[in-house]
Design a protein around this ligand. Structure first.
Ligand SMILES: CC(C)(COP(=O)(O)OP(=O)(O)OC[C@H]1O[C@@H](n2cnc3c(N)ncnc32)[C@H](O)[C@@H]1OP(=O)(O)O)[C@@H](O)C(=O)NCCC(=O)NCCS
Length: 174
């Protein structure tokens, strides 16, 4: 079954929460409250990757043109190194660029070698080291990519996927 991408649906919430818990250590993964909060933002966009009927990964971004932030990118362990993270990121970047985003920022722990290699492969550069950024003790790299300006053709605005369930703030990963 080929990989398909689709917009987040509130019925995905539990699966996305479990996936995020499995992708990051306790305290860096998002609580339900925080994940709900980010998904609820009008400025957020979430794309979900489906392998057959299974959620294999998702990317959650937040935008305030010309800047966007990758809140998280999660691929289930058994699906890694198969191009799913790249597919999600490429589609997200394409949509963001069409909505006027020129810079994308993210943070990752300095010991997350897989993620650092992945982001660098996709043109993200380390801008700064944020000391004790996670849990008051783990350092993070802030990484940034400058997107090329979209060409005139195909600049029609891309509607964001709608997100719904609403909750309050928090912020384990960013
Ligand atoms: C980082 C992550 C999203 C990558 O997803 P993925 O679907 O495995 O990535 P892809 O298959 O598209 O990899 C693309 C390229 O990234 C690099 N890369 C990805 N994982 C890597 C690893 N473990 N070690 C070294 N390079 C890696 C490689 O260059 C790879 O290309 P290649 O397979 O042809 O060598 C995934 O490992 C993940 O979910 N990790 C846990 C959560 C996380 O850390 N997210 C990032 C948050 S900052």
């Amino acid at each position: 079954m080929p990989l398909t991408l689709r917009a987040y649906d509130p019925r995905d919430f539990s699966a996305l929460y479990r996936l995020d818990q499995s992708c990051f250590p306790a305290g860096i993964s998002y609580s339900k409250t925080t994940l709900r909060y980010f998904l609820s933002l009008r400025s957020a966009d979430c794309l979900v990757a489906m392998e057959d009927t299974h959620i294999a990964g998702f990317i959650l971004t937040e935008e305030n043109p010309p800047l966007a932030h990758v809140i998280t990118l999660d691929v289930a362990e058994k699906f890694r190194r198969g191009g799913i993270g790249s597919t999600l990121l490429t589609e997200s970047e394409r949509n963001l660029a069409l909505r006027g985003i020129r810079h994308i920022l993210l943070e990752t722990t300095t010991d997350n070698d897989a993620a650092i290699a992945f982001w660098q492969r996709h043109g993200y550069r380390i801008e700064a080291t944020l000391k004790r950024y996670y849990l008051g003790r783990l350092d993070a790299y802030e990484m940034r990519k400058i997107l090329p300006a979209p060409t005139k053709s195909g600049t029609a605005a891309v509607a964001k996927s709608s997100t719904s369930s609403r909750d309050k703030t928090g912020g384990e990963k960013i």
